[in-house]
Ligand binder design. Structure first.
Ligand code: GLN
Length: 383
């Protein structure tokens, strides 16, 4: 016996692919987590915090040093004023932030606009709070927003739109004009923007614009981000949501009863990372550019078709020149026969859409050796 809501979505295909990759000893370019170390200074700060007995619950909505550091960073990077006492909630990863925000802001029957392809969590997040996702396709080949299709998606029932830039899985970085259109439609239709900005610092082209800083958006935007990608610590589960005080109070309540709080010693170390200077970010970004420039030529040579990502660390590649199989069969075959794991494209589209069947997603947040080894294996495909 299981509840109706748990029947309406499937297990995460991303995490399933990680398990299958391990079973066949394939190189895991499926789940997006780095296989290289996080900054030593943060590791030492975490160890020191544990040693100093920072081992009990932090304040539910986040340890003060981390909230203060996040607020200071938004001020200096984006000129955005954030009150760490009333507008910020630290969560167990951006994943929990997204779920807690949906549960705090959406009612059953509300419509939520989601761009497709989408990071697979957004569907279940909407379902868990009884909302209905409305899907708007990003247009190939560069995954841009079609203004007419977006405008047509807003209805009287639209309560929120989920905006993820840089985008997982496509690598799109939305332009200022695209975000201005979203902002205009949100203002006109009195709709909330829920932004997932977890890849804000991983970009090869274009700037990162924080939607909450657009005119009239601060009071209708929840900004979600986290430390996982920026500091290569996906297992620490540190994320946050920035929202106006009334909404933050609701998000904090939901977060409290879901998890009580994020790990206290890791929050202490997170505050250290949030204080890093710009040189850290430049170096991290250059590292990702180099990784992208190992994987992309190898994929192109093997016969995949794709748009080179502008941001984030994924390549969403069309394999129809290589195989007529569907995406799941192809991804399985790649794991078993080529020894490289990816995520079947249909997992980024809603069930029954029939889309993504000739797509697969590769993650390049890996060491040069890992990517070069993957390139050798992919080389088997080219001829
Ligand atoms: N965001 C990463 C991805 O898309 C990790 C997902 C996860 O397993 N939480 O692969």
């Amino acid at each position: 016996m299981i509840a109706q809501r748990a029947r309406t979505f499937t297990e995460s295909v991303i995490r399933e692919m990680t398990r299958v990759a391990a079973q066949y000893d394939a190189i895991n370019l499926a789940q997006g987590f780095p296989d290289f170390p996080m900054p030593a200074e943060m590791k030492m700060a975490a160890a020191a915090a544990i040693d100093a007995d920072v081992n009990q619950y932090a304040i539910t909505w986040g340890a003060k040093p981390l909230r203060d550091a996040i607020a200071a960073k938004y001020q200096s990077w984006y000129g955005m004023e954030v009150d760490p006492e009333r507008e910020l909630t630290v969560t167990c990863g951006a994943t929990e932030a997204m779920a807690a925000v949906c549960l705090a802001l959406l009612d059953p029957g509300d419509e939520v606009i989601v761009f497709e392809p989408f990071y697979e969590n957004y569907g279940p997040d909407a379902i868990l709070c009884g909302a209905t996702p409305t899907f708007v396709p990003l247009e190939r080949p560069d995954w841009h927003i079609d203004p007419d299709r977006l405008t047509a998606a807003f209805s009287g029932k639209t309560k929120a739109i989920v905006v993820n830039t840089p985008h997982n899985p496509s690598g799109r970085v939305h332009s200022r004009a695209e975000l201005e259109l979203i902002a205009k439609l949100c203002r006109e239709h009195d709709v909330w923007a829920i932004t997932d900005e977890i890849y804000e610092h991983i970009r090869y082209e274009g700037a990162h614009h924080v939607l909450a800083t657009f005119p009239g958006m601060r009071e209708r935007t929840v900004t979600i981000s986290g430390l996982s990608k920026t500091f290569s610590c996906t297992g620490w589960r540190l994320g946050y949501a920035i929202a106006p005080p009334e909404q933050s109070a609701a998000i904090r309540k939901v977060h409290d009863f879901l998890t009580v709080g994020a790990p206290a010693p890791l929050q202490a170390a997170g505050a250290v990372g949030m204080g890093f200077n710009r040189a850290y970010y430049d170096e991290m970004n250059e590292g990702y550019r180099a990784r992208r420039d190992v994987l992309c030529p190898a994929l192109a040579k093997a016969g995949f078709k794709f748009t080179i990502p502008q941001g984030a660390y994924y390549v969403l590649a069309d394999f129809s020149a290589l195989s007529k199989d569907d995406d799941r069969t192809f991804a399985r075959w790649m794991i078993e026969e080529v020894g490289v794991a990816s995520v079947p494209g249909s997992s980024f589209y809603h069930q029954g859409s029939g889309e993504g069947k000739s797509l697969t997603r590769f993650a390049f947040c890996k060491r040069a050796e890992t990517l070069e080894a993957a390139a050798v294996r992919l080389g088997k495909l080219g001829g």
